[in-house]
Design a protein around this ligand. Structure first.
Ligand code: 13P
Length: 249
């Protein structure tokens, strides 16, 4: 039985004041009892604030991105070891916004996944197709390409140490969620693809859905056989809404 995991990707949102309210709200709700594993990924500059407020709670935290390099002359970048210094357990890798807006290639995403996993972080690898790719019937080939780039680089044992998030790009921030069946079909495809390399790894692998998950659609999505939780954007910025999603698992 795979545990449900719900992770909030705050993207470039927040302030010290707003975060304090949000983090305290999430912490209090989770303390009342939530069976899902709950994770927040604030902007990097606010990770120390999350670490300080969440320390000792059942809420974990992580980064939204990391460098593939260990250290050195890489202005503006943050390494896996720096995230670990702030007690991050997780890091999002290959989010579609990083791929589309910052030119992250499959190869770079694979390097970042490897850097995170080798350092002891749990990489949350995002994959997903554009609307035109879905409409052209290419969803599976796109997801397979993104997934295989990482598996080929890091090996199947490293995939066992991570988490996959299927985030169809057309569903991100659009209010247009994939239907539970549409999501389930791609999740099952991802699990089959991993099973071709190692059935045991595939069975245990947590595969999250992301893309306009809200309190009113989370129960149906998380009830699908191969959906093991969610990666939540907009709805993770409101404590009550985020907690409602966490309770859906
Ligand atoms: P939304 O929940 O705002 O659609 O964002 C999803 C996402 O990109 C999470 O990483």
């Amino acid at each position: 039985m795979r545990q449900t995991l719900v992770a909030g990707n705050w993207k470039m949102n927040g302030s010290l004041d707003a975060n304090r309210q949000l983090l305290n709200g999430i912490k209090a709700g989770v303390a009342e009892g939530v069976s899902a594993k709950v994770v927040v990924c604030p902007p990097a500059i606010y990770i120390p604030q999350a670490a300080s407020l969440l320390n000792g709670s059942h809420v974990s935290w992580g980064g939204q991105n990391l460098s593939q390099e260990k250290s050195g002359a890489f202005t503006g970048e943050i390494s896996a070891d720096m995230l670990l210094d702030q007690q991050c357990e997780y890091v999002i890798v290959g989010h579609s916004e990083r791929r589309a807006l910052y030119g992250e290639s499959d190869e770079l995403v694979a390097q970042k996944y490897g850097a995170a996993q080798a350092a002891g972080l749990i990489p949350l690898l995002c994959v997903g197709e554009l609307l035109e790719e879905r409409e052209a019937g290419n969803t599976e080939s796109v997801v397979a390409r993104q997934l295989d780039a990482v598996i080929d680089k890091v090996g199947i044992a490293a995939i066992a140490e991570g988490i996959i998030a299927y985030e169809p790009v057309w569903a991100i921030g659009t209010g247009k969620t994939a239907s539970p069946q549409q999501a389930q079909d791609v999740h099952a495809f991802i699990r089959r693809r991993v099973a071709e390399k190692d059935a045991g790894v595939a069975e245990k692998l947590q595969i999250l859905y992301g893309g306009s998950v809200k309190p009113d659609n989370a129960v149906e999505l998380f009830a699908m056989t191969d959906i093991d939780g969610g990666l939540i954007g907009g709805a993770s910025l409101d404590a009550e809404g985020f907690l409602a999603i966490c309770r859906a698992g």
